[in-house]
Design a protein around this ligand. Sequence first.
Ligand SMILES: Cc1ncc(COP(=O)(O)O)c(C=O)c1O
Length: 287
Amino acid sequence: MSRVAYVNGRFVPHGEAAVHIEDRGFQFADGVYEVWAVFGGALADAEGHFERLERSLGELSITPPMGRAALAVVLKETVRRNRVREGLVYLQVTRGVAPRDHAFPKPEVPASVISTAHSIDRALTEARAERGAAVITVPETRWARCDIKTVGLLPNVLAKQQARKAGAVEAWFVDELGLVTEGASSNAWIIDKSGALRTRDTQANILRGITRETLLKVMAREGLKLEERPFSLEEAKEAKEAFITGAGTLVLPIVSIDGRPVNGGEAGPVAKRLRRLYIEEARRTAI
Ligand SMILES: Cc1ncc(COP(=O)(O)O)c(C=O)c1O
């Protein structure tokens, strides 16, 4: 089946999809992105991702290329044309094409917008979630605006590559105080010794994960004990369970941290239950 991509107003064959060499996303990472999980051909946590996209654009003073309704049409059409029922849809918006100069183009140029989608084999990802996954840790080396979902992801790329080499799915960043900030492409959680669910608050320099947000609502509904406060690497290593959240991984149990087993090296029951509850909620509310 041939894939197609959306590029600045047109759907084109994926293999031919291209942006200009002076696109500021290419030259300066001057752009933002979003990723929606797709369930049954519909967008999960749609509004949360739109809100965060608008916020990211606002923080970079990039004029939104179109309104939410039009963007939703682009995303759904990308999903439909690629025949994705279960998968991911990606959107990137950059400040546009202009002669290379660090300062913003003057006058403003139209933002560049691209979107792609691909299918995910849920049977495979469910099997992986059953087994659980490993994380390694790396020093926090990123800039002070990790709340903006920019395409400037080099520290995340290097961290993820280190994880891959170690046979892990994710790398957790650890700050100078020994506290876990978040993963290279996910939020980090533990269930501490007291049984409380812990994840870092979003006042800190991390991305406000949309999967995290939905899961917080699910947890509140389930009456689970929750503490939005940082945890240290030491606490994580002693935790009853650990897991990560993100549009790509949903809720994924973590079974080892830097090679040290968590929950005896098995996916924890609470993390597995939260995965099921999140997926139910995301499927139910997908649009
Ligand atoms: C650095 C980082 N933190 C957290 C997340 C999780 O965010 P979301 O749940 O919105 O996918 C991501 C997702 O890509 C990420 O890149």
